[in-house]
Ligand binder design. Structure first.
Ligand code: SF4
Ligand code: SF4
Length: 142
């Protein structure tokens, strides 16, 4: 990207659909809007959604884990609740904290093969900041 080019998220990130971010023994938590979006996307009632897909601990709602990954992750197709996925899944891996913390940028870059590793940290930050300035933050994740 040169100085006059409109930035494109693909300049810094294209999801490789490796599934790394959907694995682990816990998942991101769902806020109220996430819950409503997911219920709508699934076409189920809240009670059905909770019974089939959520793990509720006190006031914390997460997705259930199966075989070491989020219940919605499928090896062949990736996220099976794409339209209804939580905002943290939508944001990943482009977390604004990377702009202020190069160590955090390195940590995330090491775990996500979709980030463009040919860019320097400064180039990455310039493009990412331009995208955020355009209001493109939080819409990136595949
Ligand atoms: S966001 Fe990154 S870690 Fe997650 S599936 Fe895409 S490439 Fe893999
Ligand atoms: S909701 Fe989708 S993107 Fe988020 S962890 Fe589960 S499978 Fe991955």
């Amino acid at each position: 990207m040169n100085e006059n080019t409109v930035p494109d998220v693909a300049d810094i990130f294209v999801c490789a659909r490796c599934g790394f971010c959907c694995h682990g023994e816990t998942t991101v938590s769902l806020d109220e809007r996430d819950q409503e979006r997911m219920i709508k996307a699934l076409g189920l009632t809240r009670e059905q959604t909770q019974a089939r897909y959520w793990r509720v601990t006190g006031s914390v709602v997460q997705m259930q884990v199966r075989d070491g990954h989020c219940i919605f992750f499928d090896d062949q197709v990736g996220c099976t609740v794409h339209e209804g996925r939580p905002w943290r899944c939508r944001q990943w891996p482009l977390h604004p904290s990377m702009l202020a913390d190069e160590d955090n940028y390195r940590t995330i870059t090491d775990s996500c093969p979709g980030l463009n590793k040919e860019l320097s940290y400064e180039q990455f930050c310039r493009i990412f900041q331009a995208l955020l300035d355009l209001g493109e933050g939080g819409k990136f994740s595949g």
